[in-house]
Ligand binder design. Structure first.
Ligand code: RIB
Length: 327
């Protein structure tokens, strides 16, 4: 079977503005830009996978407004199969993205059509989903649709990657099917707190720097494999064989919007091509590092013709034993 990635998720139009620094509550500041560009975690991941050479199909919902076209433009150009992207009355998902001088972003998402993606839409795409080698789901669509999609993929025998961003309250059975679960440190801490794994007290502010421990703790809850993305520090990967940290190449960040999605899409493409998780993860950190050098989300994603930054310090990616206990 040809490597085929399915993405079940959100499609947004991103309204991006540049700011020197993010405003404090109640403060008005001046910004620059104001461009509308394609976004949404699902759309971003589908584009990243397609640009990494995977045949990609998307299940999602767009609105009946003019933003729908802007939101899907690059997906169409990249040849992503949009047969199962439905149009529903009302607005397309909209994200207000503010990027500061360090490339760090703040995002407000108005779900619009994404909130109207239902289990029936998954049912209608059943046959196409069955042709996928791997399928990716994120947290920007309704919980009942995620639960239904995950059960459908299980029945079809399709490997599933869950990017639980944002964190939603889902049954542990859904998380346990993911191989891998991909989250950042804050999301990992939230999931572990909810799973009562004994790692509390643990607040997001304390979360940074603990990627490998968080990934290992997630696997200890019964999740098949877990990746905790660490921004410029790369990613931590844990399976029941052990845990490793994969360093990211050093690059100058212009805009980190959608870097996590570049990671997930590239990971899915590599897994679909038959890569093992350490290799796929290494490729994904390189794709994400490439993406932060450009503006916006999808506009900055590399194709297979682009030269990816390399992490010269990265050694062989052997799994080493997970730490037995959180301390
Ligand atoms: O992850 C980045 C994405 O989050 C943006 O493209 C925005 O649309 C929001 O969904």
């Amino acid at each position: 079977m040809s490597p085929h990635v399915g993405v079940i998720g959100s499609i947004n139009a991103d309204l991006s503005v540049g700011v020197e620094r993010h405003p404090r509550p109640g403060e008005t500041i001046l910004g620059t830009g104001g461009q509308l560009s394609p976004g949404g975690k699902g759309g971003n991941q589908a584009l990243a996978a397609a640009r990494q050479g995977a045949e990609t199909m998307m299940i999602g919902a767009i609105g009946s407004d003019s933003h729908a076209d802007a939101a899907t433009r690059l997906l169409r150009e990249a040849g992503v199969n949009l047969d199962h992207v439905v149009t529903v009355p009302g607005p397309t998902g909209l994200a207000i993205v503010a990027v500061d001088a360090d490339g760090e972003n703040n995002i407000i998402v108005v779900p619009g059509a994404n909130a109207r993606l239902t289990p029936d839409h998954i049912k209608a795409a059943h046959e196409a989903l069955g042709t996928c080698t791997v399928a990716v789901i994120q947290g920007e669509i309704p919980t009942e649709t995620i639960i239904f999609a995950s059960a459908t993929l299980e029945r079809l025998g399709v490997r599933q990657i869950l990017n639980l961003a944002p964190v939603l309250s889902l049954p542990m059975s859904v998380l346990k099917r993911s191989d891998p679960l991909v989250v950042n440190e804050h999301e990992a801490a939230q999931i572990l707190a909810a799973a009562h794994t004994g790692v509390l007290p643990f607040t997001p502010a304390e979360g940074t720097g603990h990627g490998p421990k968080l990934a290992a703790a997630l696997v200890k809850t019964g999740i098949k494999s877990a990746i905790v993305t660490l921004g410029a520090a790369g990613a931590a990967l844990a399976t029941n064989q052990g845990v490793i940290q994969i360093e990211a190449p050093e690059v100058e960040a212009t805009d980190t919007t959608g870097a996590g999605d570049a990671f997930v899409g590239a990971l899915a493409a590599a897994v679909a091509h038959g890569a093992d998780l350490p290799t796929a993860c290494n490729q994904a950190v390189r794709v994400a590092a490439f993406s932060v050098q450009g503006h916006g989300a999808q506009n900055s994603y590399p194709t297979t013709n682009d030269t990816l930054p390399t992490n010269l310090a990265a050694g062989p990616h052997d799994l080493r034993p997970a730490e037995a206990r959180w301390s």
